[in-house]
Design a protein around this ligand. Structure first.
Ligand SMILES: Nc1ncnc2c1ncn2[C@@H]1O[C@H](COP(=O)(O)OP(=O)(O)O)[C@@H](O)[C@H]1O
Ligand SMILES: [Mg+2]
Length: 355
């Protein structure tokens, strides 16, 4: 097993006038045995970063180390990594057993060792009873497990996953997520897992790297990223529905926008233009609170999402569905605890904390 160090890692595609910088100097220290999720919208550079760790993509600048070894110049086969992709191409004419054994056979491992490794991986993945089947005789989830089995038998120092669950339906995705967690508990192999799905990221990560436009916005535990987002981007990307973000001017316990003003439960961290963040689940109905004009109400079963406006800007409130349903056109009052208010700089979009 091994740690992973990313030091000022850069990537650009193309040359001259067509130069396209896609990773802008990214630093991260990943400890031996950690499960790290890299999450961000499509096109932010997640796959590029993973492929640079794998050695499938050249590094334009900076350094990547796996354990004590800088791997910049090493071929993928020399990096002691195993990768699982979204499109896990299994050999259709081979049994599950042979699909899992193939890489070890090519590497010239002894037959007895191959058999032991394949059966152990099959046991972990609960594929023991399917070893003689062909891929076409398996469900999508089972095929994905075989693809993971192929990676496990190699006993790599590092697992790299690039959106491996995207082709599965929602139920299977949730189930496979639990299996990946179990796998990590049992094997403890350092893992980098790429996804665009923030729910997947929150449920799988020990720590997560939130990326946006080739830069790291935040690196932390799911709890830290949710409770103290470093920027408005992270605030809007992690959590569903996203955090409400209101522009305004703060002066002590007053927050105003275009002639309307609301009272804050505690003074803002500084005076002047600020962005106020409040999650839908942290706002509550309070007749003495901020006026909210209700526009639509969505019933989700256990809860309702109430959409409308506060200070003339879009605002969503999440309430228990046992409470009376607010009606479109109505004006409610909403309030929140001071501990749940987040503040951001309107220019840099970075978090602002009390001095
Ligand atoms: N081989 C390539 N040549 C040129 N540009 C590329 C190549 N691969 C990816 N890119 C660009 O790099 C950016 C990041 O892509 P990618 O890492 O695939 O994003 P993600 O995996 O987060 O969706 C995108 O703008 C994409 O168009
Ligand atoms: Mg990708």
């Amino acid at each position: 097993m091994a740690s992973i160090s990313l030091r000022r890692v850069e990537k650009a595609y193309g040359h001259g006038a067509k130069l396209n910088k896609v990773i802008h100097g990214l630093d991260a220290e990943i400890a031996d045995g950690e499960f790290i999720v890299i999450v961000g919208p499509s096109g932010c550079g997640k796959s590029t970063l993973l492929r640079m760790v794998a050695g499938l993509e050249e590094i334009t600048g900076g350094e990547i180390a796996i354990g004590a070894r800088v791997v910049n110049q090493l071929e993928p086969s020399q990096r002691d990594i195993a990768m699982v992709f979204q499109n896990y191409a299994l050999y259709p004419h081979m049994s599950v057993y042979d699909n899992m054994a193939y890489g070890l056979k090519i590497a010239g491992r002894p037959k007895a060792e191959i058999d032991e490794r394949v059966r152990k991986a099959a046991g972990i993945l609960e594929l023991g009873h399917l070893l003689e089947r062909r891929p076409r005789e398996l469900s999508g989830g089972q095929r994905q497990r075989v693809a993971m089995g192929r990676a496990i038998v190699r006993q790599p120092q590092v697992f790299l996953f690039d959106e491996p669950l995207s082709n599965l339906d929602a139920k299977l995705r949730a189930q496979t997520r639990l299996e990946i967690q179990k796998l990590h508990r049992e094997l403890g192999i350092t893992s980098l897992f790429v996804t665009h799905d923030q729910v997947e990221a929150m449920t799988l990560a020990q720590r997560m790297i939130v990326m946006n436009g080739g830069r790291m916005e935040q690196f932390g535990t799911p709890e830290a990223v949710y409770s103290r987002p470093a920027s408005t981007f992270v605030a809007g990307f992690i959590g569903s529905p996203p955090m409400n973000l209101l522009d305004g001017e703060a002066a002590g316990t007053a927050f105003s926008h275009q002639g309307q003003s609301v009272a804050l439960p505690a003074a803002a961290p500084r005076a002047g233009a600020l962005v106020l963040g409040l999650r839908p689940e942290h706002a509550r109905i309070d007749p003495a609170g901020w006026p909210m004009q209700v526009q639509t109400v969505e019933m989700l079963g256990a809860e309702r999402l109430v959409h409308g406006q506060v200070l003339g800007q879009g605002f969503t409130l999440r309430i228990d569905s046992t409470l009376p349903a607010p009606q479109a056109g109505q004006t409610l009052g909403v309030s929140a605890d001071a501990a749940h208010l987040h503040w951001f700089d309107p220019g840099s979009r970075q978090r602002v904390d009390a001095a």
